[in-house]
Design a protein around this ligand. Structure first.
Ligand code: CTP
Length: 406
């Protein structure tokens, strides 16, 4: 594992907060873990923990200045050579500076010059953490793919308590190890469809369904976290749900109707190793789409004639190439578990998919909720796993099951 390799270069940025003393222990954990650690404090950080401590603990020279070691272009060299940059503690001020891309010291230039993952451990008073400016900065950093650990809820300097306490060194160390370990989906190309299609009736109306896209979005996020290159084909997923899963390895392609979804999925499937069809695709669409809004003027109740849509997942499964894996979903409203599994097995066979994830839905369950409960059927219809919990936890179990089949 990369995490055990002596050649792993980690830059630990330390900014001016009292929690800097805890970062001494973090640097110790990292060096003990076999990593090569360079500490880059800000000038303010040195008021809390002095330079000799950082040099002794990291066994490397430490400076805050971009004007030292100029011959080796240290201000960018550190960032270029880093496999991971950690900022702990990250004060509200330093978070604002990172967000703005300021480069007025060695930590700023290092962060701008690096393409390595960046992990920040915020530490500040609860009011400062909750402040809209800080929250907007955090949202921007997340959107750029910066990883966060904490802050924890607990006792703060001065006797206050609330969110803002820097995570413990052990927790930051574990987050760092997770970022350094190559994911089990590294190099795997994945396409996930999610959301629900809308079948137009006229320019303002459609036939749709209640799928929020949360489970599919969680599948995309989990795949990206495990190292996959992900395309999320989003059928009418809300901006809020999409905002939660922003990741540098997730490309989002928006679609509206079943016909559009089919076209995009066929194109994306050609480039993918795993196809996951979590979208709720309308089985039927109106035969005719009115160019103008239907009105009551003519009198009478309009009859909308429907025509069947193509079964997209069945088409993808029958066209799959060797080594490609196709995962379908089934949403059922059964009388009991036996009927749920029987219907799911029938669907798995009819559609020809390798794995089928089945969940029970109803008026109160399955759709907008953050939780889900599913059975995962493996090839042949055997139950490979039964899981319930957050949609992210369910996504994790689904990728584990996919991993066992690849
Ligand atoms: N699906 C699809 N194309 C369709 C309908 C469904 O690709 N036209 C896919 C869904 O994305 C899902 C799976 O088929 O992966 C099962 O969807 P579901 O709605 O449960 O099944 P249906 O085929 O619609 O069967 P029924 O409505 O009869 O239960």
């Amino acid at each position: 594992m990369l995490g055990q390799n002596r050649d792993v270069n980690i830059v630990v940025g330390v900014t001016g907060g009292i929690a800097a003393y805890k970062t001494v222990h973090l640097v110790r954990l990292l060096t003990k873990g076999g990593h090569d650690v360079t500490v880059v404090p800000t000038a303010d950080a040195l008021r809390f923990v002095g330079l000799p401590t950082w040099e002794a603990i990291s066994r490397h020279p430490v400076t805050t200045s971009v004007h030292e070691d100029v011959a080796r272009v240290r201000h960018v060299a550190l960032g270029q050579a880093a496999d991971l940059v950690i900022v702990a503690p990250a004060t509200a001020n330093s978070i604002a500076k990172i967000t703005a891309g300021l480069a007025d010291d060695l930590l700023g230039t290092t962060l701008l010059a690096t393409e390595a993952p960046v992990l920040i451990a915020p530490a500040m008073h609860a009011e400062m953490w909750r402040n809209r400016a800080t929250q907007a900065n955090i949202a921007t950093l997340r959107e750029r793919g910066v990883h966060l650990v904490g802050p924890a809820d607990g006792e703060l300097a001065g006797g206050d308590s609330g969110p803002g306490r820097m995570s413990e060194p052990e927790e930051i160390f574990a987050a760092a190890q997770a970022l350094l370990a190559p994911g089990d989906l590294a190099g795997v190309r994945v396409v996930v469809s999610a959301g629900g299609t809308r079948e137009p009736i006229d320019p303002v109306r459609f036939l749709g369904n209640r799928s929020s896209g949360r489970q599919g979005a969680a599948l995309a996020a989990e795949a990206a976290a495990r190292g996959a290159e992900v395309t999320l084909v989003s059928a009418n997923i809300s901006g809020d749900v999409l905002a939660d899963v922003r990741h540098p390895s997730i490309r989002v392609v928006g679609v509206g109707s079943a016909i559009q979804l089919a076209e995009v999925m066929k194109r994306e499937a050609a480039e993918s190793d795993v196809i996951v069809m979590a979208a709720a695709v309308a089985d039927y669409r109106p035969v005719a789409v009115s160019e103008r809004k239907l009105t009551k003027e003519g009198g009478g109740v309009p009859a909308i004639e429907l025509i069947e849509n193509e079964d997209v997942v069945a088409a993808l499964a029958s066209a799959r190439r060797p080594g490609q894996l196709v995962v379908g979903f089934a949403a059922e409203t059964p009388e009991d578990e036996a009927e749920l599994l029987a219907r799911a097995r029938g669907k798995q066979q009819r559609k020809g998919v390798d794995l089928l994830v089945v969940n029970e839905v109803g008026w109160e369950r399955g759709f907008e909720s953050a939780e889900n409960a599913v059975h995962i059927l493996g090839p042949g219809g055997a139950v490979a796993a039964t899981v319930s919990g957050s949609k992210r936890a369910v996504a994790s179990a689904i990728w584990d099951a996919i991993g066992r089949e690849r």
